[in-house]
Every structure is written in structure tokens, then in C-alpha cells.
Design a protein around this ligand. Structure first.
Ligand code: FES
Length: 337
């Protein structure tokens, strides 16, 4: 018996929730984009089956009723998303929430949804919350060619299908109309393991418990051609490959003895909290505060800690500013307790 082939399990059904053109694209992330203008909610009771023949009933967003089995579907910046309608914190309808871009240093990393009831936010790709271990359930979405075309179907329009996310490690049932050829040919034989990130994700906790270590060495940034010999591992603080070349952070002593061209002599400050790689906004808060002192900073995230490379000669000032941020957050936490 092949242990990976199982009968289709409950909740494996895909549900047709309408044509793509019936979902307005919410583009503007400026100043809290309300999701209500863009989304629809559907009642999807749990049931056996692979492909439901009838589309699920659409819920009234003003009077949504029991949120327990409702999915919220919307289009944000060109991508379709489907999530539980009910806020995992305290069951408030997330159709009342606002969408925003999750950014770090001006780079959009993901998208989030803020529930207005208590202000918690959730990453709409991973479901992660900015507080505690609450996780929003994110559904799978597929766009399919329409099964039939009538006069109401715009050319190029697609059908939007959703289903509850399936557990990893169980072979998914073959779905009519979908290319399951990779699974069917059995080409996936081994899987990498997605480890649980041990880091803290709560921004308030990260900031309030922050302490720093200022390292004594002086570091520099340099760039190497692909074909150039790399420094020995003991001399490499960071190595990062880009299409233009390889960036190295190494000690100034090493760069000087090797007659390397280097930039940005700096000091390294380690942030002594174990931040999750998915922690939202931590570095942005610190970099913004340093920027108010007109201090440029180059942050690097390792698996366990974040590190700041600050201009040589301003390291004590940077440590002091970071200490002030932590102290303010501790006071805020004590005041709110
Ligand atoms: S109910 Fe959504 S944040 Fe509390």
C-alpha cells in the first residue's frame, strides 16, 4: 500500500467564487485601504468531496451572520487572496479591516490586514500576527479558464476558485481541470523540512527587551568580481551575491593588508534579542530612529540576531539611541500593564 495516497479528505473541495472581473482591485495602500470595497465573503460549510458543483452562498457583508465557516476573497494589487473572514483574535469580521503593504526600508516584503476591533495585523500570505501566536487561516486560490463562455464573460476573464489549505505531506487528490502531472508522475520524492522559526515576532516585546553589543573591530564593505578569490571564512562577516558582483563585509585590517578597495568603515552592533525572520517592523523602527539623528545604517539579519553596521566614530551615539528606544518601550509597556 502506498501510504501517501489517501482518499480525498473532508474540506479538500475547491469552491468557485465568481469571475475575476467581479472583484475590484484594491490598489491604494495609502493611509489604510479599507478592504470592504473590494472583498466578498462566502459561506463554505465543511464537507466531503473534491469539486463542489454549486458555488457557495455569498454572505451579506453588513450582516454576515455566523463567521465560523466564511471565507473572505479579495484582490489586492493584482493578486487574489482568500482568508478566514473571522479574526483569529476575537472573531471580528475582517471585511471591516484595512490592507497595507509590509515594508522594510521602502521595499515591499508582503501585505498585511489590520483588524479594526483591537488593531492587530496579519500577514495575508503567511497568516502570521503581529501579536502572540494567533494565526489567520489563509486559503488556497486558483484562477481557471471559465468552464463555459457566455455573453457576460469578458475575453480573458478567469474563474476564481478557493479551498481550505491542505496539510503538507499528504498527497492532494487529483483535481479535474488542473495540471497534476508533477504529482501524478511521482516526481516529488523528498521534501525539505520547513523548520519552526524560534525567533520572537512581537514588535513591542522585541523593542522593550532590546539590549546591544558593540563589537570592537572595524568593518568595511567591499565588492568582488565573481571570478575573484574569496577571503578565508574566518575573515568574512557577510557574503552576498548580486548580478553585478559579490558584496563582502570584512575587517578593515584584512581589506588593508589585501589592498582591497573598500567603503563605509563601520562598527557592528548586535541586537541581543532573538528576532524572527518574519518579525514585522523591528528594523524599520530602529533605522528610523537612527535616521532622525541623521545616521545612515546598514542592517543585516542573521538567523539568530539582527546586526547594525553604523558609521565609524558614531557607534557610541548609536548605542545610546538604541538604549533610549528600548527604555521608552519598557516604560510604555509598564504604563499599559
Ligand atoms: S478581534 Fe480582531 S484584533 Fe481583536
Amino acid at each position: 500500500m502506498n501510504p501517501f495516497i489517501r482518499k480525498a479528505k473532508a474540506d479538500a473541495a475547491w469552491h468557485h467564487v465568481g469571475l475575476a472581473s467581479s472583484f475590484p482591485d484594491l490598489e491604494s495602500a495609502a493611509d489604510g485601504a479599507r478592504i470592504a470595497s473590494s472583498c466578498k465573503a462566502f459561506n463554505v460549510p465543511r464537507a466531503d468531496g473534491i469539486c463542489e458543483p454549486e458555488p457557495p452562498a455569498e454572505a451579506d457583508l453588513d450582516l454576515p451572520g455566523d463567521l465560523k465557516d466564511q471565507v473572505l476573497v479579495f484582490k489586492y494589487k493584482g493578486s487574489f487572496h482568500a482568508i478566514d473572514h473571522s479574526c483569529p483574535h476575537s472573531s471580528f469580521p475582517l471585511s471591516q479591516g484595512s490592507l497595507f503593504d509590509i515594508e522594510d526600508f521602502g521595499i515591499v516584503l508582503s501585505a498585511g490586514l489590520t483588524c479594526p476591533k483591537h488593531g492587530w495585523s496579519f500577514d495575508i500570505f503567511s497568516g502570521r500576527s503581529d501579536r502572540g501566536n494567533y494565526k489567520l487561516k489563509v486559503w488556497e486560490v486558483q484562477l481557471r479558464e471559465p468552464a463555459s463562455i457566455d455573453e457576460k464573460t469578458e475575453p480573458g476573464d478567469m474563474e476564481v476558485w478557493v479551498r481550505r489549505k491542505q496539510r503538507m505531506g499528504i498527497k492532494r487528490p487529483l483535481t479535474p481541470g488542473i495540471d497534476n502531472s508533477i504529482l501524478a508522475r511521482g516526481q516529488i520524492t523528498t521534501m525539505a523540512t520547513l523548520m519552526k522559526d524560534p525567533g520572537e515576532t512581537s514588535l513591542a516585546k522585541l523593542l522593550a527587551t532590546l539590549t546591544t553589543t558593540l563589537h570592537p573591530g572595524t568593518y568595511v564593505f567591499a565588492t568582488l568580481a565573481e571570478s575573484a578569490p574569496l577571503p578565508p571564512l574566518s575573515e568574512i562577516q557577510l557574503l552576498f551575491r548580486e548580478s553585478e558582483g559579490i558584496t563582502v563585509i570584512t575587517s578593515r585590517e584584512y581589506a588593508t593588508t589585501q589592498k582591497m578597495d573598500y567603503f563605509f568603515p563601520c562598527k557592528m552592533i548586535t541586537l541581543n534579542v532573538t528576532s524572527s525572520l518574519e518579525a514585522v517592523g523591528f528594523m524599520a523602527v530602529l533605522a528610523t530612529r537612527l535616521a532622525t539623528a541623521n545616521m545612515g545604517v546598514n542592517p543585516v539579519s542573521g538567523f539568530y540576531h539582527d546586526h547594525l553596521f553604523v558609521p565609524l566614530g558614531r557607534e557610541e551615539e548609536a548605542v545610546q539611541i538604541l538604549g533610549q528606544v528600548a527604555e521608552e518601550k519598557r516604560r510604555e509597556a509598564a504604563g499599559g500593564a
